[in-house]
Design a protein around this ligand. Sequence first.
Ligand code: PAF
Length: 281
Amino acid sequence: MATEVVHTIAGLRAALAGQHRTAFVPTMGNLHEGHLSLVREARLRGGPVVASIFVNRLQFLPHEDFDRYPRTLARDVELLESAGCDLVFAPDEAELYPEPQAYKVQPPAALADILEGEFRPGFFTGVCTVVLKLFQCVQPAVAVFGQKDYQQLKVITAMARQFALPTEVVGAPTVRAEDGLALSSRNGYLGAAERTEAVALAAALRQLADGARDPGASLPALEQQAAEVLRARGWAPDYLTLRRRSDLLPPGEAERLGTEPLVALGAARLGATRLIDNLEC
Ligand code: PAF
């Protein structure tokens, strides 16, 4: 069946009337295999499968790539169709934000002002606000997000829990290129040499994860070494850090050396492109 595309909230609601098992994949478009894996995961968990395509101005800082973020709707719809998506919701800004969005969801600073939130202030307020609004439009039983955006998944899971949203939030594994680079829409900004170099971020996180439980190394030293490796290769790291998976705070020494589930998280700029990745350990 051909994938239907709707651009209005009214059209979306009409298309979904009477559905109770809708599975939802929110995206900003410019899709790649990682997004398609989310659609396939959604298919396993419910139906119809709805994907949204909306580049959300609220989650970009003024100097970031909102304007140049690729808008590739026709190609995206073809890809979504090939992955088994039933319905695409592609509103324009006037549809989703017909008036300035004065009501916003402010996630707790302890979770949202660290890591990505430290370097992109307000980012998670923008994300939570649009996700809550999209959930209101789609009314999904389940929504699938990539673990590549590890902190985003945590923030949205907690938002759904705290607001008792009737939507199960599910995380799906990061899809990687053959060399180990996590797939990301922003990889498209990389030149050929940068694309070859880009896998160094995953390698630095692997180095951090491998040293995570080493009693002979301190946590700050491990993190500094990982950042140094990238710096020496011409990157500008924002953070490379080892955190507890549960709340993304730094582990105590006993936790680090024990069995506390940890995650290595990193964000770094390569030329003009900022990449993020993570590795559970
Ligand atoms: O992960 C993304 O692509 C975006 O942050 C999301 C969840 C679609 C909200 O705009």
